[in-house]
Design a protein around this ligand. Sequence first.
Ligand SMILES: [Zn+2]
Length: 427
Amino acid sequence: MKYTISSVIVVIIMLISLIAKAQKQKCATVHLLEKRVEKDSSIKQRLKQSEIQTQKNIALLRQSKKALQIINIPVVVHVLWHKPIENISNEQIMSQMDVLNEDFRLKNSDTLPQTHPFWKDMADTQINFCLANTDENGNATTGITRTYTDSISFTGQGYEKYTASGGKDNWNPTQYLNLWVCNLDSSSGNTLGYSAFPAEMAISPADDGVVIRYETFGRTGTAGSGGWTYNSLGRTATHEVGHWFNLNHIWGNTICGDDLVSDTPPAYDSNYGCNGFPYNANSTCGSDVNGEMYMNYMDYSDDDCMNMFTLGQAERMQAVLNGERIGILTSKGYINIPNKVVENFVANTITISPNPNDGIFVINYNNFNLKNTSIIVVNILGETVKTIEHVENNAVQINLSGYTNGVYYVQIISGKSSVIKKIIVAK
Ligand SMILES: [Zn+2]
């Protein structure tokens, strides 16, 4: 009997450790980095140097006492699909862009209440994300690539990032944030996604970017499907893009570790699910009465439990934009459309009517050749509000009735040419 109980206990411990192991792979960023460091010790040295530079840049930022700059990050989304369901819709991609812009700009609807002790630490990072409208060769683009792949699934080891291995090569990583969306299989464990750190870009530029499984990308369509209910709000990308901007896990990847950010309280380990506040107050790691910041995007809590970056994290992200990711500041990947003058094809052939109106516009091509034509609608801030790819009809309806009154720009892209038309929503 005693032997049987011991066996059961051993089995239970094994199961718990297996589950823990699987949980630890929720984000594979650090695990993959450690594997690369094992193979190439020079990466460790580069990470150290990068951190020294980051700290210098943070000090300079503080000295200058300037408000953080608002920065637009041109994004290209590479959709890799084998089954049609993996070829996610433009709407789903737009929903991910919305989540990134809400979370990084503190416009999310679930921010902490003013009475919460961590409220004062919440940050608007001043970082915006826009789907690229200009590709590496200067051609107009929707900022989305779609690739059918013979690979039934990917293992989360980097093959997604190479055309030669069934994925898609990244666009110049100094100019674009590359996001791959694909089917990550069971050999990737519970990996929702992973990112490369900025320090590695000089060593391995082709690996720069963020990979996310299609079941946890955005907050509509396939988001939350396949058992990923707790990751249905697009925050896998918020977390992984945080790594892309040089943020570490809140627990510093070891028991009571350091994430190199001063305003995130010490944390014992990663947190899953959704803890109650305060959690692990006055811990041996040194947390105070408010405990751990499990609601930080850089923890492992469920999507509906995380809701903030801190001011220190925002500073660290801005520091890397003056460091390894400085190329983004002069990227041609996103050109603010109102300033863009590209009227080099039959602009007058295309009409949009009625204009102004209360939201329903019809673009009439008047038999213009529609081959490879796409449409992007942006608002006055240059934020994309609608994307239509592969236009097939001569009369295309755009419904902006759910959007606020004001000026919008319709960019019609055909091959290497594009034309911009202004429309006005007036209800
Ligand atoms: Zn992570």
